[in-house]
Design a protein around this ligand. Structure first.
Ligand code: ARG
Length: 296
């Protein structure tokens, strides 16, 4: 079922599930990471981010993030870098892994031609790791993987962003292939072009979200489903990518350094805090959540 209103949500029967948790963190070697074209408002020339990446700093920030996942007990995997794809490091976008009697993945059809070729590189990794691979039908509209489609822990449910990247039309196929219910979230603020820039599910009961990125009815659906709906503010979400924080296990949260308001809220909600620097990746419009893919 694809749910777009609060009344549909109240009538829906979303089942609980018991799936294995994702313990592998897939990242891509940042050797060729750069901002060479502009496909989101953060990368624009006017904001001064084109060709401004400090490569050395980017590599050390990337490594700090990977080391943190290791320290938290996750198994990390690194895709080889490719000189053709400066955005490959954002491994949240090329695929949508899910569990359906075994590990499955639906490969993305990315909106930007600059990035489309990245999908095959991820597909290779999933093949080597014995995933059942699904593709969208030819001529399908765009899907940008876990950047827009985020699963709800413990429920047979995806939250599905739709806007400049992933299109609403693609969700009938996502639903068919995954067997999950989908709650649609139209993105209404141009800075927040992927769902994961303004919405991060920390665990079954807790989400961090930016109210300004959604219409009032969408906010009502978020509040309906999460007893603890932590609001982040526009300023922090814009400058510290707070909507892109990540909890790999429901208790630890990794987020961009300097996000003081979010930090206070997470700490009073009882989370373990891990702030890291992702300044070079924010120039490209991404932070923690986009720099990895959680896999089985
Ligand atoms: N420069 C990349 C793009 O515009 C950043 C992607 C960030 N990923 C994300 N899931 N928000 O595609």
């Amino acid at each position: 079922m694809i749910i777009s209103t609060l009344s549909q949500l109240r009538e829906s029967k979303i089942s609980s599930i018991n799936e294995p948790s994702k313990r592998k963190v897939l990242m891509a070697n940042p050797e060729y990471f750069d901002v060479l074209y502009s496909i989101n408002p953060h990368m624009l020339d006017e904001s001064g981010n084109l060709n401004k990446v400090d490569k050395k700093m980017a590599k050390s920030q990337w490594k700090e993030l990977q080391d943190l996942y290791k320290k938290l007990g996750f198994e990390t995997h690194t895709l080889p870098a490719s000189s053709e794809f400066p955005d490959l490091v954002f491994t949240a976008n090329q695929s949508l892994p899910f569990w359906n009697n075994g590990p499955c993945v639906l490969m993305s059809h990315m909106q930007s031609e600059f990035r489309r070729g990245e999908v095959a590189l991820l597909e290779k990794w999933f093949k080597e790791h014995h995933y059942k691979i699904h593709h969208l039908p030819a001529g399908s509209s765009f899907l940008e993987g876990n950047g827009d489609v985020i699963s709800h822990p413990g429920k047979n449910l995806f939250w599905g962003g739709c806007g400049p990247r992933t299109r609403k039309e693609v969700y009938s196929e996502v639903e068919r292939v995954s067997g999950k219910s989908i709650i649609l979230l139209p993105l209404i603020h141009e800075l927040f072009y992927h769902l994961d820039t303004c919405f991060s599910i920390l665990n079954e009961t807790t989400v961090v979200y930016l109210p300004e990125a959604f219409a009032p009815e969408t906010v009502a659906m978020i509040k309906e489903m999460f007893p603890v709906a932590i609001e982040t503010d526009l300023n922090e979400c814009k400058n510290f990518f707070t909507g892109n924080c990540h909890s790999p296990d429901g208790k630890n949260v990794i987020y961009q350094k300097g996000a003081k308001n979010l930090e206070a809220k997470l700490s009073s909600a009882g989370f373990e805090l891990h702030s890291i620097e992702t300044s070079e990746f924010m120039k490209s419009g991404g932070s923690v959540f986009c720099m990895k893919m959680m896999t089985y």
